[in-house]
Write a protein that binds this ligand. Structure first.
Ligand code: ZN
Length: 301
């Protein structure tokens, strides 16, 4: 079996006053880049979202739950969507993977310019119950700070989020990716808060730490320097899509009777391409016909 490289750790610090997550996600982000043919800005944007998704997936209570993070924006990236679960599986895409922009004022990839103004929505789906949906306006469009704002605003949890994607010398392929989330529990003492704030003030960037080849554990040791850290979980993480031919059929069905009738008339079968992983599912004219019969039965019943 191939050894995994990407993994997530969860930790507690300061008598459980602080909880923390850190992840490396190079393989997942590079895999997404390859299947979607993402430009560097799309890679940086989706990479940050994939790392955040993995950590927020780990916050879910049951392994049947799902968390989805969505950005709808007026920048050229338009729409970014990531879905993760508690099993360390994440998938995602950028609706416009070809975006290329000049570097920003500090000479970095202009992810903020690719996003612009818009909203960030977090959907937590607990299976049977109504999903929990919360939307905030994007403030900075660089994702990590917007998620920090989301946690404070929507979950009343003071947090700090750091995310980064580091490229190889070719400026296209991914050398490293990852991030952290630090969260304060309601009873956190002021002295702890100010120590963390001072640590964060001295922290350069996740990308810088990744450049030094640091692990998720080491990333948390830097951000929570001076605290006793108790690591409570370590698990591998992956880019994984759960699409199938059957699920593609549900997509076809959702197109409605009129479209299906037209497809039957054309007699060319149908094709469904998964947004998340780019996999193509083909359906024969007979399969489309059986779909039509099914829709007709439903309408008559
Ligand atoms: Zn798929």
């Amino acid at each position: 079996m191939e050894e995994y490289h990407d993994y997530l750790v969860r930790a507690l610090a300061c008598n459980e006053e602080v909880r923390a997550f850190a992840v490396t996600s190079k393989d997942a982000v590079e895999y997404a880049r390859k299947i979607h043919n993402n430009s560097p800005i799309a890679t940086a944007c989706l990479g940050r979202m994939l790392s955040a998704g993995l950590m927020m997936g780990d916050m879910l209570k049951s392994n049947k739950d799902l968390v989805t993070i969505q950005i709808h924006c007026d920048g050229p990236l338009k729409h970014v969507l990531v879905t993760a679960n508690d099993n360390g599986e994440v998938k995602g895409y950028v609706s416009n993977p070809n975006v290329i922009l000049p570097p920003n004022a500090s000479g970095h990839l202009n992810v903020g310019g690719g996003i612009g103004k818009g909203t960030l929505t977090v959907i937590r789906d607990f299976g049977l119950k109504e999903p929990y949906v919360s939307t905030i306006n994007l403030h900075l469009g660089e994702i990590a700070d917007d998620l920090t704002y989301y946690f404070a605003q929507s979950e009343q949890t003071p947090s700090s989020v750091g995310l980064g994607v580091l490229f190889n010398k070719d400026d296209v392929t991914v050398k490293a990716a990852g991030g952290f989330i630090i969260q304060l529990m309601p009873h956190t003492e002021d002295s702890v808060i100010s120590k963390i704030e001072s640590n964060l003030a001295n922290f350069t960037s996740v990308t810088d730490v990744l450049r030094q080849g640091k692990s998720p554990e080491e990333l948390l040791e830097i951000v929570l320097s001076g605290f006793d850290i108790k690591f409570t979980e370590k698990k591998p993480v992956f880019f994984k899509c759960s699409c199938s031919k059957e699920k593609g059929l549900i997509v076809l069905k959702s197109l409605g009777k009129k479209t299906i009738d037209e497809m039957v008339k054309d007699n060319k079968g149908a094709e469904v391409v998964c947004d998340f992983c780019g996999k193509k599912y083909e359906y024969t004219p007979e399969e489309v016909l059986s779909l039509q019969t099914e829709t007709n039965c439903k309408q008559n019943s």
